[in-house]
Design a protein around this ligand. Structure first.
Ligand SMILES: Nc1ncnc2c1ncn2[C@@H]1O[C@H](COP(=O)(O)OP(=O)(O)OP(=O)(O)O)[C@@H](O)[C@H]1O
Ligand SMILES: [Mg+2]
Length: 435
């Protein structure tokens, strides 16, 4: 680990531009995926590294140095696996997720005068650049500018306005901002590993991109990523993300409840949860008894049996609380009206049996479990729901990079780091050529 010094340093040489890297900084694990993007829709994972998280609590970096070290290990492992394609060179930049609780969605509608001429790229970018008006300077930074629909004069529902003629171009936009302190800490952790930031992506947005299938996002869908320390929520409508948030509860809270309730270690509570945990009393235990190692006794001689139903009775209230908090977020935001009844549960903690049943009851939605879409090079061990965010970051990089504020509206971030990224240098060049 290198000594702390900002601004971000550049590496000697860098990998091919078709190589993208994703860094998921989670509360339980930190992982780095490196992929080759040949064209949108063709993503091949060539390197994977993951590590138990350090320095991250409930989605927030609480110890920069510890997080930097864990990131270093994850990135090095991914680089090692991808060394042939990278020709031994280190990756230079990454797409990084921003936990839902550090993001704010800002829906807005913008009208720009086109006065009878054809709508040009410049008009669209001009409309999108109004997104900056939602930002509270010093407190937030734009991380996504997503055009959610266009109108020309009184004609609504236009998908592609460029080339059309009218007086006024209307654009519905979902602008998502990230809270500045969280972005600065993510930038610092990346920077200490000599990584520039290609773009930030809201965690549940990334997870939704990875875990959805067919036309789910088009039809309208809520994506809930239950991770270790957070439960992130995104709502998609007509294929676009329109809402992103999170509640600070996840699988770690269930494990800690079990450790307290069973008076056992966190490691044993985690094992018991994974092997015997269930989200609600279903009668599956049939009086089954589970041996719980007492705290501090590594090789306990006498079995310490507890009814499996007792384990469930500890888990269930926390799961109910989590879904209640999610429901409150959706109701308070007013988004539940358009969110519809379709829902995907993903994230590592979504693997707890019985979760969907409780979610369906509390959220009044039709829920299915989602794991990352199948991507070439993704091994079974890293194809589970805990990796939806990392895979989603690659999908975002490969298919949605035009939603990065600097690309969408022709303005850059103000935080250190991204301004230097190769992608933004290309954008700056493009802007000079076209404006
Ligand atoms: N089979 C399983 N059954 C129940 N829970 C599981 C299972 N496997 C993993 N988990 C839980 O998943 C959680 C980790 O999920 P994940 O890897 O998605 O978290 P994260 O992305 O690091 O955290 P966050 O997104 O909250 O910052 C842990 O709390 C772990 O106990
Ligand atoms: Mg996560």
């Amino acid at each position: 680990m290198k000594d702390k010094k900002l601004p971000i340093q550049k590496k000697e040489s860098r990998a091919e531009s078709s190589i993208v890297a994703a860094l998921d900084i989670g509360s339980s694990k930190i992982c780095c995926f490196i992929a080759e993007v040949k064209n949108p829709g063709s993503i091949e994972v060539i390197g994977i590294g993951h590590q138990a998280a350090k320095g991250v609590k409930a989605g927030t970096i609480v110890d920069l140095r510890a997080a930097e070290t864990a990131v270093a290990h994850a990135v090095e492992a991914a680089e090692l696996m991808a060394r042939e394609k990278l020709q031994g060179r280190p990756i230079k930049s990454v797409f990084v997720n921003v936990p839902g609780m550090h993001t704010l969605p800002h829906p807005l509608s913008v009208d720009v005068k086109i006065s009878g001429h054809e709508v040009s790229e410049k008009d669209v970018k001009n409309a999108l650049s109004h997104s900056r008006s939602v930002v509270v300077p010093g407190k937030e930074e734009l991380i996504h500018i997503i055009p959610a629909g266009y109108s020309i004069d009184s004609t609504r529902g236009i998908r592609e306005p460029r080339g059309m003629i009218g007086q006024t171009l209307g654009v519905n936009i979902t602008a998502i901002t990230g809270l500045a302190p969280a972005l600065r800490h993510l930038s610092a952790v990346a920077g200490q590993n000599n990584l520039e930031i290609d773009g930030f992506c809201a965690t549940p947005y990334a997870s939704g991109l990875a875990a959805s299938v067919g036309d789910e996002l088009q039809l309208g869908c809520t994506v809930i990523d239950i991770g270790g320390g957070t439960t992130s929520i995104a709502v998609f409508f007509e294929g676009k993300v329109v809402y992103s948030a999170a509640v600070p509860v996840g699988g770690i809270h269930v494990t800690n409840d079990l450790a307290r309730g069973l008076i056992t270690s966190v490691a044993d509570a985690e094992r018991i949860k994974t092997l015997y945990g269930h989200a609600h009393a279903t009668g599956i235990d049939n009086g089954e008894m589970i041996d719980v190692p007492p705290m501090g006794e590594e090789e306990h001689e006498q079995p310490n049996y507890v009814p499996r139903s007792f384990i469930t009775s500890i888990i269930q209230p926390r799961i109910e609380e989590t879904f209640e908090l999610v429901r409150a977020k959706l109701v308070d935001s007013g988004i539940s009206q358009i969110a519809g009844r379709r829902c995907i549960l993903t994230g590592g903690a979504s693997q707890l049996p019985g979760l969907c049943d409780i979610g369906q009851l509390i959220l009044d939605k039709k829920i299915r479990l989602g794991k990352p879409r199948s991507i070439k090079g993704l091994a079974e061990a890293t194809g589970g729901p805990a990796f939806s965010t990392a895979v989603g970051l690659l999908v975002y990089a490969g298919e949605h990079a035009d939603e990065i504020p600097a690309v969408a509206s022709g303005r850059a971030f103000t935080l250190p780091g991204p301004l230097n990224s190769p992608m933004l240098q290309k954008v700056t060049h493009w802007l000079k050529e076209n404006w």
